[in-house]
Design a protein around this ligand. Structure first.
Ligand code: FEO
Length: 172
């Protein structure tokens, strides 16, 4: 049986992951409104990844005999100044999520919950990737400044991204 403190913290994190999904869906809608379909596709894949993160935690809590409690999800922003501004916010948001995951790791260590500690290592590695991919796109966007042709090239590239369910692969 999982400790109440860990259960509560994982429930909070499920909410944070679902908020992330909501945020990226909102960013996707923003890109749709600009007719940047590739950027919108990237956000849609990101949205699905965040739902998968929440699902991974949901399944883990159940597996450990915990109780999943879903809470209200805050409304995300709906407008940004530019594509660069969107990716500045993505990068900032992922850094915040990394901090939340690290806090969870600290909590599991403090309470000597080795199973949760082990479970969270997947998220620790995932956050390295999440931050790196957001930063890579941000840097590309900063470089192109007002070059519309280059923006459409990036849009085409981001349109190639496909969702691969991380929960469908065997446990690391
Ligand atoms: Fe679930 Fe983007 O971290």
């Amino acid at each position: 049986m999982i400790k109440t403190e860990i259960q509560d913290a994982i429930n909070e994190q499920i909410n944070a992951e679902l908020y992330s999904a909501y945020l990226y869906a909102s960013m996707g809608a923003f890109f749709e409104s600009l007719n940047l379909k590739g950027f919108a596709n990237w956000m849609n894949v990101q949205y699905q990844e965040e739902v998968a993160h929440a699902t991974r935690m949901y399944n883990y809590l159940n597996e450990r005999g915990g109780r999943v409690i879903l809470k209200a999800i805050d409304a995300p922003p709906t407008e940004w100044n530019s594509p660069v501004n969107v990716f500045e916010e993505v990068y900032k948001h992922e850094q915040k999520v990394t901090e939340l995951i690290n806090n969870l790791v600290d909590l599991s260590m403090g309470l000597k919950d080795h199973a949760t500690y082990n479970f969270l290592q997947w998220f620790v590695a995932e956050q390295v990737e999440e931050e790196a991919s957001a930063d890579e796109i941000l840097q590309q966007l900063k470089l192109l400044a007002d070059n519309t042709g280059a923006l459409f090239m990036i849009d085409r590239e981001l349109g190639q991204r496909v969702f691969v369910d991380p929960n469908a692969t065997p446990k690391a």
